[in-house]
Design a binder for this molecule. Structure first.
Ligand SMILES: Cc1cc2nc3c(=O)[nH]c(=O)nc-3n(C[C@H](O)[C@H](O)[C@H](O)COP(=O)(O)OP(=O)(O)OC[C@H]3O[C@@H](n4cnc5c(N)ncnc54)[C@H](O)[C@@H]3O)c2cc1C
Length: 442
């Protein structure tokens, strides 16, 4: 980036101002997830300066986070440095920083970078693609005991908690404490809860078989709780039924229609009963990051910004919100918060900006093309729903594996994941079982 004016502010160590440049328009993209990367990519031939800001240095393939949490894969296999993804696109500058303020009127954003102070960056176009974060429905105190699954850090925390619980169970002489350590409660039976529960069931039954002399991991209790009436509520009822049966067959206890009232250091209280558990995992709600609210526009209850059919923020020319952070309505239904929707929205906005820069008018509003929904339940079984098509079984599981490998960000990720999956499929072993810190009881 050029045209940088550095100044010192008494309250901040250093402020770097990226002033507007008359000779070339600047597009600032906040978020290097599915939507942000797709937007940048769609602008690859445009004569613009793109500043892609993310608070993390890596892009995460979130659909496989649950496999990091259950020791199938390691973090580097499902993530890639954003700089490396963008290395060949010369019009992109990647900035590691957390966006802390947006001033739509003066068309500037503020991002604080670790050790480098605050960047004030002027933009001609702004694309907000900041995704979602776990929501505890007003009970943020649960977060201390029940981690959500959104980042690599979360996945590693969960993995350490799960594997550590078996170590503690094997070490204790107290029967009740042993049972508590070997009880795993997952709150939320959406795709993340279902996939995590299925993978956990395989871990305790197959991978850990014979690893302990004093305990039998296959005797663990895995309980999947949900306040709703069924698992996978966004799928058809018949699919939910099949998935619940499959989970029960794997040894997961599915409990629906029950509200979690408390999560504490002893476990959970749900539907008035206490379930002692040392490992409670939060796979329930999500809420948008605070960034869409900074735009001063209307947001829905989850904090997603309402956008027009061209994904523009109302009364803010050149400002767009895409991916999970946007509330997009199509045919009177919200577009789902899934990777495909985020990619399509990001790509659409990138193309729209590129056309606008050439002086062409965009007449076609955004249309989401639904390629179908999938969820995997343990080994050899996945479900797919696409329009009227509802199917499940081994072949669907193969399709799921193929689609996921192909969608990983880099060739290196694809090769490594394939290799791990083949190894794990035939041996039942999982390669990512190291716990960096000694387990602690809570
Ligand atoms: C565990 C899990 C499993 C999932 N499984 C599936 C699945 O199987 N299939 C499917 O289609 N979808 C799945 N999803 C949903 C899918 O991952 C999301 O819909 C998709 O990631 C949304 O893309 P996005 O670009 O909007 O946001 P994200 O991919 O979340 O990216 C947002 C980016 O913004 C950055 N950011 C946030 N705030 C700031 C800030 N203030 N400053 C700078 N940067 C910021 C973040 O660091 C992040 O890199 C899953 C999600 C999770 C969490």
């Amino acid at each position: 980036m050029s045209a940088i004016l550095a100044e010192t502010r008494p309250d901040e160590a250093h402020v770097v101002v990226e002033a507007p440049r008359p000779e070339r328009k600047r597009v600032v993209i906040v978020g290097g997830g599915f939507a942000g990367i797709a937007a940048a990519h769609a602008l690859r031939h445009a004569d613009v300066e793109i500043v892609l800001i993310d608070r993390r240095n890596h892009h995460i393939f979130q659909p496989l986070l649950y496999q990091v949490a259950t020791a199938v894969l390691s973090p580097a296999e499902i993530a890639a440095p954003i700089r490396q993804i963008e290395v060949k696109q010369r019009n992109v500058t990647v900035l590691l920083g957390e966006v802390t303020g947006i001033d739509v009127a003066s068309r500037t954003i503020e991002a604080s970078s670790p050790g480098a102070g605050v960047h004030k960056i002027a933009f001609d176009y702004l694309v907000v693609a900041t995704g979602m974060r776990p929501s505890y429905f007003g009970h943020d105190e649960f977060a201390r005991y029940a981690p959500g699954l959104k980042s690599l850090n979360d996945a590693e925390t969960i993995r350490a908690k799960i594997l550590g619980a078996f170590e503690l169970a094997a070490a204790t002489e107290d029967e009740a404490e042993r049972a508590r350590q070997m009880t795993f409660v997952l709150v939320g039976a959406g795709p993340t809860g279902v996939e995590l529960a299925g993978s956990l069931a395989h871990l305790v039954k197959v991978t850990l078989r014979g690893n302990f002399r004093r305990i039998d991991p296959s005797k663990s209790d895995i309980i999947l709780l949900d306040a709703g009436k069924r698992v996978l509520p966004t799928f058809a009822e018949s699919v939910s039924r099949k998935v619940a049966q499959r989970l029960e067959k794997l040894g997961v206890k599915v409990v629906t229609d029950v509200k979690v009232e408390t999560v504490d250091n002893q476990g959970v209280i749900a539907g008035g009963s206490r379930i002692p558990s040392a490992t409670v995992l939060w796979t329930a709600g999500v809420a948008a990051s605070p960034i869409p609210r900074m735009l001063g526009t209307k947001t829905d209850r989850a904090g997603r910004a309402f956008v027009d059919p061209f994904l523009r923020v109302l009364d803010a020319p050149g400002v767009f919100v895409v991916g999970d952070a946007a509330s997009v309505i199509q045919n009177e239904h919200p577009v789902p918060g899934v990777a495909q929707a985020a990619i399509q929205e990001g790509r659409y906005v990138g193309r729209l900006i590129a056309k606008e820069l050439k002086g062409r008018e965009i007449k076609r509003p955004f249309r989401y093309f639904d390629k179908g929904n999938m969820a995997v339940v343990g080994k050899n079984y996945a479900v797919l729903e696409r329009g009227w098509l509802r199917t499940g079984g081994f072949l669907t599981w193969l399709v799921w594996a193929f689609v996921h490998v192909l969608s990983l960000p880099q060739l290196q990720n694809r090769l490594r994941v394939q290799h791990q999956w083949v190894w794990s499929y035939f041996t039942g072993q999982r390669s990512s079982r190291l716990i960096p810190e000694p387990p602690r009881t809570i």
